[in-house]
Design a protein around this ligand. Structure first.
Ligand code: NG1
Ligand code: ZN
Length: 530
């Protein structure tokens, strides 16, 4: 039987050396690359089981995103490009943590309880980021899938959102596009060019942008995309692999440090973007002529996109409900602006893309972004159909029909499966262009409250438990009361703490009316956690 030999290979070629336990968390498994070989082999086995159950292609992405080069990780992608179903996260952890001797038993048990028909075919798509540890880890996955008789397609180096896109394309028979890199670039660039029309400049909008590739996969993929849209947008690419991955550059660095990345020459008032190591996050920034740095993060992108979608929905007279989803890390000013100025319903959910994604799917058009720049727009099938119908309805007024057509093309530009830095960038560029805005106009829509994020290391971060979308602490007893007392001392103060799902730290977030107050508030709350 194939299972017996696959398990024998696991023990022999991909042994579990240590007893360190590892959990499938918010971002799959993520740790030092040197601890991952057996985990990757086993995830190859799990992907085969998942594929048999769903009778569809499953994706396996190897990346540690914005984390340092020495780290790596793995995530499974479900048939429609979503994150792995929650109940399977526990199966993943169980398989990763079972001893070499118990692996066969654990798998047999799973196959039995889930009633998996091992005679079914299995298809797995594999992709990886640019880390030096990634090729060997990809090989471990491929070896496992093959050992269990599954078929593998190895896409080599791709962004995380590209692999999500390939998976959904494959499983929907091309309805969403072609499951190839060419298909991906074609889909994005075609929609972008159509939206932009002949005039590349408009009002204060200049088609010129600096791109920080974090020395990862984003840079090379941006180059390929740039080749398709070069007559419409001039992208200058930096940090394309000459330096260390995510080191003093990339979206996470820019967001957390609130400063420009290394490796990108300063060009005053030029729109600049930073993506992360697997190009699923993006933030904008610029340096004004007084050399002051301005960040336009995920909250900004969300408000810009939501307001533009809203505008087109209204102009096409479609009855679609639109909503925006954030986490506790969203700047208080952005939440205020969405609710009071844009008058768009806004929801708050716990950290982690899957929570945002699920909530966004409750709307006809759901825009979601984490403040760190991970996000996208989900459009319900029924909504897409309504838009398509209006776009081709000859009986409608020209204005109405053209707005619906534009909305339809805008939806085509979105990678609905997951946050996608390249797609998100083209969406932002489309809205700024349509409005004739420069980046200062965008910044002027509201003012962020100064804020500070900190990490605190404690013995066991799991003693901290939260509720109310992580905005309130319920354990340890008394901590929330202490935080309340501290926050009370600060005008417009807000702070919360939560255990990280990806690092062994407790995260502290604070905002207040001045940077020094936000810094002091964060420091006081951090002391209360110790
Ligand atoms: P944790 O480590 O749980 O805070 C971080 C990000 C999340 C998400 C995940 C997955 C912050 C504050 N947290 O999670 O938003 O992106 O990594 O990559 O940015
Ligand atoms: Zn990422």
């Amino acid at each position: 039987e194939k299972l017996i030999s696959a398990v024998a290979i696991a023990a022999k070629t991909h042994p579990r050396k240590e007893n360190k336990s590892i959990q499938y968390g918010t971002a799959g498994f993520r740790t030092k690359a040197s601890d991952l070989d057996h985990v990757l082999y086993r995830m190859g086995l799990l992907a085969v089981l998942r594929s048999k159950v769903k009778e569809a292609t499953i994706g396996v992405m190897i990346t540690a995103s914005h984390n340092p080069e020495e780290d790596n990780g793995v995530k499974l992608i479900d048939p429609l490009g979503e994150m792995l179903e929650q109940s399977w996260e526990a199966h993943a952890s169980q398989i990763a943590n079972s001893s070499d001797e118990n692996l066969k038993g654990t798998l047999d048990e799973l196959i039995k309880t889930l009633n998996i028909d091992m005679a079914k075919d299995a298809y797995v798509f594999v992709g990886r980021d640019t880390r030096s540890s990634s090729p060997a880890l990809a090989d471990a996955v491929i070896e496992a899938v093959t050992a269990l008789g599954g078929l593998v397609q190895d896409f080599g180096i791709v962004t995380t959102p590209m692999l999500h896109y390939f998976v959904v394309c494959k499983n929907t028979n091309g309805e969403y596009g072609k499951p190839t890199p060419e298909g991906y670039f074609f889909k994005l660039s075609t929609a972008f060019k159509k939206l932009r029309g002949k005039n590349t400049s408009n009002g204060k909008y200049i088609p010129d942008i600096s791109f920080d590739g974090a020395n990862g996969v984003g840079a090379s993929k941006m180059k390929e995309l740039q080749a398709c849209i070069s007559e419409y947008l001039n992208v200058k690419i930096f940090n394309s692999g000459e330096g260390r991955l995510n080191h003093q550059c990339g979206a996470d660095f820019v967001k957390v440090q609130q400063k420009a990345p290394k490796g990108v020459p300063t060009r005053e008032n030029v729109r600049s973007v930073s993506v992360d190591g697997d190009a699923d996050r993006i933030v904008y920034y610029y340096i004004d002529k007084e050399q002051v740095f301005h960040l336009l993060d995920g909250d900004r992108i969300a408000t810009l996109l939501a307001s533009y979608f809203m505008e087109l929905v209204k102009a096409s007279c479609l009855k679609l409900n639109l909503g925006l989803v954030q986490t506790a890390y969203a700047n208080g000013s952005s939440t205020n602006y969405i609710a009071k100025t844009l008058k768009i319903p806004v929801a708050c959910v716990p950290t982690g893309v899957k929570h945002l994604h699920h909530k966004a799917q409750e709307f006809d058009i759901g825009v979601y972004f984490e403040a760190n720049g991970h996000g996208t727009v989900c459009v319900a099938k029924s909504a897409s159909e309504m838009i398509a119908q209006a776009a081709s309805d000859e009986k409608l007024e020209v204005n109405q029909r053209e707005s619906a057509q534009r909305l339809q093309t805008l939806v085509d530009l979105v990678n609905q499966t997951v946050g996608d830095a390249l797609s998100d960038m083209l969406l932002v560029e489309t809205v700024l262009h349509a409005r004739g805005w420069d980046i200062a106009d965008w910044l002027a829509t509201y003012s962020d409250l100064p804020n500070r994020q900190m990490k605190v290391t404690i013995q066991d971060r799991r003693v901290i438990q939260t509720t109310d979308a992580e905005r309130q602490c319920i354990s340890p007893p008394g901590l929330q009361e202490t935080i309340n007392e501290i926050v009370k001392m600060y005008e417009q103060g807000r702070a919360f703490v939560r255990p990280s799902g990806t690092e062994d730290v407790v995260r502290v977030y604070a905002e207040a009316t001045t940077q020094s107050n936000a810094d002091r508030l964060a420091a006081e709350v951090a002391r209360a956690v110790h």
